[in-house]
Design a protein around this ligand. Structure first.
Ligand code: 5AD
Ligand code: SF4
Length: 437
């Protein structure tokens, strides 16, 4: 066995959803609190944490090939931790398939990562995929620094059991963090520099205490400018939460509300617990509460049994809602889920064709949404550099990325006028920099 000394440097690579990004940040904070330092991009680390995603096919193969690529030119390799949802699903099987994986840690157990790293140093190969009743959050160190736009996980897991989805198996049952813990973490993030907080959960709007109450409470924090939340289930859009969109100025006018399909037959087979009609009713109420709100969504094409008519219904709901943006996927059978053994597999070519047509339709709507903002005065929170020197990019309230020519730093709020719009990005001219006259 290769001798592995105690790591002094590390790198966390996160794939998949925003909850994984959040988990990756917390793991990095924990390792830093243990005295390790994060390495710069492109440099070798003593410890690499691969924080994996399991949502679609080939995720597992990708994780193993990512592990394989960690071998260095001289044949040595870092200590390797497999984390995230592939780790949860594979468990100790991961170490049978790849000798390079020193430890396996699931998404609910990563507060034990430092102890597991120490165990590797003693020659062990620890695996921890427990879903303990006492949450990891209590065991994590306090947060110190934050980017201007921060994620905050408030809820994890899912009890919905959509028939195509692995999440209820990899992330476990729905759990909600306590109100005081969340508000405390939000305050710490703001103290550490956050100006925008996105509340996260696989079913964020199923947060047990009523997400509207949480949003109202967090909006009281001085220095916090913007609140967002994702991902929501249509069946959990309560009237109170919808009303919050009209009541809380800091709550940004954007809602990610996946529908998956526009056919009631398919929605039923997916076990989605909402219908086309109930979904459209919800959208109408949301728009009444917050006119101009941007709606985004997720779609799956080629679910088992999906007919041409079902797919036409999906195009119809796209037109009915007029999504500002959307993610769309080909159905991918996930072993262990009910849909994986359903009959009526859709021909791969038909799936390709439907995905292309859906994406073309979604692109038209994104472009239309963005074009409608041309000429408007709005405000962006700068979050990164643009491609050209002297250019910065920030997010509008509607979650559009807008380019401007400015020297303003990341984290600055800028007043801009939108001048042009493409499908995925917009350009604007600067009217005023925050803090200036
Ligand atoms: N196949 C294709 N897409 C899927 N998603 C979840 N599971 C699958 C699957 N088995 C999509 C859904 C979900 C998004 C996060 O990923 O659209 O909303
Ligand atoms: Fe998966 Fe459905 Fe739960 Fe979303 S609501 S995580 S799609 S089972």
């Amino acid at each position: 066995m290769t001798e592995i000394p105690a790591p002094s440097t590390f790198k966390v690579k996160s794939f998949g959803c925003q909850m994984n990004v959040y988990d990756g940040e917390r793991m990095a904070e924990m390792l830093t609190a243990e005295g390790m330092t994060v390495v710069a991009e492109g440099e070798n680390a003593d410890l690499v944490v691969l924080n994996t995603c399991h949502i679609r096919e080939k995720a597992v193969d990708k994780a193993y090939s990512d592990v394989g690529r960690l071998t260095r030119d001289d044949g040595s390799r870092p200590m390797i931790a497999l984390a995230g949802c592939v780790a949860q699903a594979e468990g100790s099987e991961a170490q049978r398939r790849s000798k390079m994986i020193d430890l396996v840690v699931g998404p609910q157990a990563y507060h034990r990562l430092p102890a597991m790293v120490a165990a590797v140093g003693r020659g062990e190969r620890p695996v921890d995929t427990d879903m303990p009743a006492i949450s990891k959050f209590e065991a994590l160190p306090a947060r110190r620094k934050s980017a201007p736009s921060a994620f905050l996980t408030v809820q994890e897991g899912c009890d919905k059991f959509c028939t195509y989805c692995v999440v209820p198996y990899t992330r476990g049952a729905e759990i909600s963090r306590a109100f005081a813990d969340i508000v405390g973490e939000a305050q710490t993030l703001v103290d550490g520099g956050a100006r925008e907080i996105t509340l996260l959960g696989q079913n964020v709007n199923a947060w047990a205490g009523g997400l509207d109450k949480l949003i109202h409470a967090i909006a009281e924090i001085d220095g916090l400018k913007r609140i967002r939340y994702t991902t929501s289930h249509p069946a959990d859009m309560t009237d109170e939460l919808i009303a919050a969109h009209g009541e809380v100025d800091k709550l940004m006018p954007h809602l990610h509300l996946p529908v998956q399909s526009g056919s009631d037959v398919v929605l039923k087979a997916m076990n989605r617990s909402h219908s086309v009609e109930s979904y459209l009713r919800t959208i109408k109420k949301v728009r009444a509460a917050r006119p101009g709100i941007a709606i985004s969504g997720d779609f799956i094409v080629g679910f088992p049994g999906e007919t041409d008519e079902d797919f036409a219904d999906t195009l119809a709901i796209v037109d009915a809602v007029g999504y500002a943006s959307a993610y769309s996927f080909k159905y991918s059978a996930r072993p262990g889920t009910p849909a994986a053994t359903m009959e009526g597999a859709v021909d791969p070519q038909v799936m390709d064709d439907r995905l292309q047509r859906l994406q073309a339709r979604l692109a038209e709507h994104s472009l239309a949404f963005n074009r409608a903002t041309i000429g408007q005065d709005t405000r962006i929170l700068v979050d990164r550099k643009g491609r050209l020197p002297g250019q910065m990019i920030g997010k509008s309230p509607w979650l559009q990325s807008i380019f401007v020519e400015t020297e303003a730093a990341i984290g600055t709020m800028l007043d801009v006028t939108v001048t042009h719009a493409l499908r995925n990005s917009l350009g604007g001219v600067l009217r005023n920099v925050e803090g200036a006259a």
